[in-house]
Design a protein around this ligand. Sequence first.
Ligand SMILES: Cc1cc2nc3c(=O)[nH]c(=O)nc-3n(C[C@H](O)[C@H](O)[C@H](O)COP(=O)(O)OP(=O)(O)OC[C@H]3O[C@@H](n4cnc5c(N)ncnc54)[C@H](O)[C@@H]3O)c2cc1C
Length: 507
Amino acid sequence: MDQGVKMAIVGGGAACVCYFHYLVKYLLQMRSPIRVEVTIFEKEKQVGPGLAYQKDYPILRLNRSSQSMSAIVENPSHFWSWYQDHILSRTHGKGEEFLPRSVFGQYLQEVFHQTMQLANREPLQAKIEYNEIVDVNKINRKIELITQSGESSLFDFVVLCTGHNPSRDPYQLKGTPRYNHQPYPLHETLESIRPDEEIGMIGSSLTAVDTALALQERKHQGRIRMFSRQGLLPSVRIKHAQPHQLRFLKREVVYQLVEKKGHVLLKELLRLLKQEFNSLEGSREMLLSQKTNGSTAMERLRQELSQSDTRVPWQSILTATNDIIEEMWHHLNAYDKRMFMERFHRYFMTIRNPMPIVNAERIYEMLRSGQLIVHKGLKSIRYWEGSFQVSLSEKSTLPITSDWIINATGPAQYIVEKQASRLVQTLLAKGFAVKDPFGGIQTNFNTGAVISRDGYADLHFRALGQITCGTYYYTGSLEMIAKRSRKLARDLSHMIEDKVMVEQGVC
Ligand SMILES: Cc1cc2nc3c(=O)[nH]c(=O)nc-3n(C[C@H](O)[C@H](O)[C@H](O)COP(=O)(O)OP(=O)(O)OC[C@H]3O[C@@H](n4cnc5c(N)ncnc54)[C@H](O)[C@@H]3O)c2cc1C
């Protein structure tokens, strides 16, 4: 027997926890004598919570019902059961529908801990290295990873679970005093802000909502402004979202269209989606009413809140598309992908990732009291003599002054080399990865293998999570991450088995 197989997982957030769980499960199921050593590299101090589920204000909630968040695909209530057994029973609380994200982070730590226990049974072995991977080399058929502190190790397989692309810096403010480029954890970011100061945020999506809620939690008195191009807040999650069974936009229908021409057109998908909405009475009207031109963010939010009790589960139609969204995106032609990104992506995300009603109600109260204002038409921001001047496209409006600017644009879709992590910069510079024109780095659709500059999809080098958003489009939900992790783990465990059989001359 050779020295076995060495695998590295780079990044220890939710994607790592899900992938590691499935990898260990499949390897143990195979009952093969192969020795597999897994090393997890995480640059922060813990594995599990990552960016989204780290310790922070409890007001930062899950944006999906706690009863449907799970790292285990086959058991959608896995988190909810864990919460009931470990937290609810101790606190005698009543169990909220949208729990604090940090509670989900605790759950991820627990899933990881349990997997580690399983993973340290012969012939498996797993360890954590708290270090950042900053460089990569490919030596013969091995991948060398180099940490920030200069240690290097060779691996047969590497899975990138590095999480979110850093936010864009659209107004080149990085390094400016009183500008915060990355707001999480908010309990640290907001610490230096005085309660009476004027806060400006770039963006009006979920990150901006989190920031406004955290400021309110801190009893902030000063004005809070969200500046964005379209001034759109996320939709409000409706109360009675029962699962929807797709009747028109089905996998087999999409594949029939693909068979004819080799791809599918956006207008064909939109037609099917329209049919889907028409089949559920009132749902199309609900969807269209979300985009009332001319109305203010506050008016739209009021209208949405008044509709949140609807029995028309229009959002469930969008949720149901999760099962085929990756394939739809994959088979769209490049022209239509570009058009979608330019014309629909932003709006789609505001309705695709709605905020919990409890948060929406608070935001509405902040808007009504005048403490929070959502401005559209953001044109420029510059720092001048100790404060920020924000210009809007409305000609009659004078620049607005802010004491602080918080970048709440969230993770960027596209990689900008200068702003990318050291690891991504190195991968691009060495040609081990290339940027995807629709976001992240290019990966093979079927395998998640990272594609190099010469077009080679390296099956020993895979990626998961937002860095693959150009390939899979919708990577910003735990459900999608868990599903892809399971697929990748199954695939790699088979590959490990095959590799050893070949080396041992069994086949
Ligand atoms: C603020 C926020 C809230 C969200 N809320 C929800 C929600 O409520 N429900 C839902 O379904 N989805 C939500 N999502 C989407 C999705 O579930 C999360 O994005 C998910 O946590 C992504 O996990 P990840 O492991 O890919 O990334 P991350 O959580 O970012 O983890 C990546 C990890 O890799 C580490 N790392 C990065 N580079 C290196 C390196 N070079 N070397 C070593 N370590 C490295 C980082 O330190 C980090 O710990 C949210 C996303 C965000 C950003």
